[in-house]
Write a protein that binds this ligand. Structure first.
Ligand code: PLP
Length: 396
C-alpha cells in the first residue's frame, strides 16, 4: 500500500526523492552483533571499517564487566539533571580521573560530544561577541556557535594567516573566541594548535578545541591533542567525547577550573538534560583505567592506520592528507562512492560512502576507520577487497 502523504508534508517527500536521485540518501545498515572489528550486518559477517571505535573498547571485556558491576551497585539511570537530583559519585570520580589523565585543571562531563559543544559555546559568548571558526568545523560546533547568537566569522581551513586577517578585520566586539576541530574527521588532518595558541595569546582571545577524534588517539597513551602538542594550560577549553575511542558515549569539557565551574552554572545541556547513565559512566572510568596503565591499544591503532594507508597508496588510491588512522579514499562523485561501498560490502567489507553535506560536493569518499580491533589478517583481507573493487570500477 502506498502511504498517503498529506499536502502539508509533500515538500518532505520531494526533498527525500531528491536525495535518492543525487545518491545522497542515507541507507542505514542494521548491526546484529556487538560493535567490533568484525560484525554481523544485515545478516552477513563483515569486516567493520565504519566505527569510531578506535581502540576496540566498545566490546572490551573489562568495560562490560565494569558496567555490570556498576548496575548492580547503582542501577541504571541518574534520575534527573544533576543540579536538581544531585550528582552520583561515579560521575564525580569520572570527572576527577579524566582531569588527571588529561593533565587538565578540571573536567565536566555531558551526555555527548554534541551537547558538550552546545553547552560550552553559548555559555562563553553571546550577542555582541565574535567567534572565529574553522570553515570545516563539525556540525555540533556550528550549531553551538549559532545558538550563542555571537557573530560567526569562518576562516579558511587550518589557515592561521587567514585567521589573523579575519581577526584584524573584526574591530567591533565584546568578547572573542577561536574554535576548531582537533582532528578533522573527514580528512584526518590535525589543527595547527601551537600556532592557534600563539594567535590567541597575542590577541588575548579565548581558544577552544574539539578533540572528538583525538581523544584516546592523539597524545601520550591517548591523552588528546593538548597533550600531543604539549600545550597543557595554554588551551582554555578542550572538548572531547567518550563516544569514539572510549567506546561508550558521553561528552567531556576539560580546561581551566573557572570555565568548568561556569559550565556547571550555565551550560544549558548540563542544567536541562540528564547525565550519562550509570553503565556509561562506569565503562568510561574503566576505559580511563586501561589507558592510564598501558598504551598498547593506542600503539596498535596507529600501527594499523599507518599500514593500511601505506598499502592503499601502493595500490594507487588517492588517500588524501590524513595525519591520523583515518583513511579517506577519495572517489569524487557521490554515486561512485555509494557503488564502491556497495561492492565492498558484497566482498565482506563494511565501509561507508560519505557525501555532501558531510563533505563538499564532488569530494565523496569511502572513509576507512582503522582500529585496534583489527588484526593483520583483517587488514590484508580489506586491502584485497579494495584492490578488487577499485579495479572493477576503474578507480585504480
Ligand atoms: C563526533 C563528533 C562530535 C559528537 O560527539 P558525540 O559524542 O557522538 O556526540 C563532536 N565534535 C566532533 C568534532 C566530532 O567528530
Amino acid at each position: 500500500m502506498v502511504e498517503e502523504i498529506p499536502t502539508r508534508l509533500a515538500y518532505l517527500q520531494e526533498q527525500l526523492q531528491e536525495l535518492h536521485a543525487s545518491g545522497l540518501y542515507n541507507h542505514i545498515r542494521t548491526i546484529e552483533s556487538a560493535m567490533d572489528g568484525r560484525i554481523r550486518v544485515d545478516g552477513r559477517d563483515v569486516l567493520n571499517f565504519c566505527a569510531n571505535n578506535y581502540l576496540g573498547l566498545a566490546n572490551h571485556p573489562r568495560l562490560r564487566e565494569a558496567a555490570k558491576r556498576a548496575i548492580d551497585q547503582y542501577g541504571i539511570g541518574p534520575g534527573a539533571v544533576r543540579t536538581i537530583a544531585g550528582t552520583m559519585s561515579l560521575h564525580v570520580q569520572l570527572e576527577e580521573r579524566l582531569a588527571k589523565f588529561k593533565g587538565a585543571e578540571a573536567v565536566i562531563t555531558l551526555q555527548s560530544g554534541f551537547t558538550a559543544n552546545l553547552a560550552t559555546i553559548p555559555a562563553l559568548v553571546g550577542r555582541g561577541d565574535v567567534i572565529f571558526s574553522d570553515r570545516l568545523n563539525h556540525a555540533s560546533i556550528i550549531d553551538g556557535c549559532r545558538l550563542s547568537r555571537a557573530k560567526i566569522v569562518a576562516y579558511a581551513h587550518n589557515d592561521v594567516e587567514d585567521l589573523r586577517r579575519k581577526i584584524a578585520e573584526e574591530t567591533e566586539y565584546n568578547r572573542r573566541l577561536i574554535v576548531t576541530d582537533g582532528v578533522f574527521s573527514m580528512d584526518g588532518d590535525i589543527a595547527p594548535l601551537p600556532q592557534l595558541v600563539e594567535v590567541a595569546q597575542e590577541h588575548d582571545i579565548m581558544l577552544m578545541v574539539d578533540d572528538a577524534h583525538g581523544e584516546g588517539v592523539l597524545g601520550k597513551g591517548g591523552r588528546g591533542i593538548v597533550d600531543h602538542f604539549d600545550l597543557h594550560g595554554q588551551v582554555d577549553i578542550e572538548v572531547g567525547t567518550m563516544s569514539k575511542a572510549f567506546g561508550v558515549v558521553g561528552g567531556i569539557v576539560a580546561g581551566k577550573k573557572i570555565i568548568v565551574e561556569w559550565l556547571r552554572q550555565r551550560g544549558r545541556p548540563f542544567l536541562f538534560s540528564s547525565a550519562m547513565t550509570v553503565p556509561d559512566a562506569a565503562a568510561c572510568l574503566e576505559a580511563v583505567d586501561i589507558l592510564e596503565n598501558s598504551d598498547e591499544l593506542v600503539q596498535r591503532l596507529w600501527h594499523n592506520g599507518d599500514f593500511f594507508k601505506t598499502e592503499m597508496k601502493k595500490l594507487g588510491f588517492d588517500v588524501g592528507q590524513s595525519q591520523t588512522p583515518i583513511v579517506p579514499v577519495m572517489l569524487g562523485e557521490a554515486p561512485l562512492a555509494q557503488e564502491f561501498s556497495r561492492k565492498l560490502f558484497e566482498n565482506g567489507v563494511f565501509a561507508m560512502a560519505i557525501g555532501y553535506p558531510t563533505v563538499p560536493k564532488g569530494m565523496a569518499r569511502i572513509r576507512v576507520m582503522n582500529t585496534a580491533a583489527h588484526s593483520q589478517q583483517d587488514l590484508e583481507e580489506a586491502l584485497a577487497a579494495f584492490e578488487k573493487v577499485g579495479k572493477e570500477l576503474g578507480v585504480i
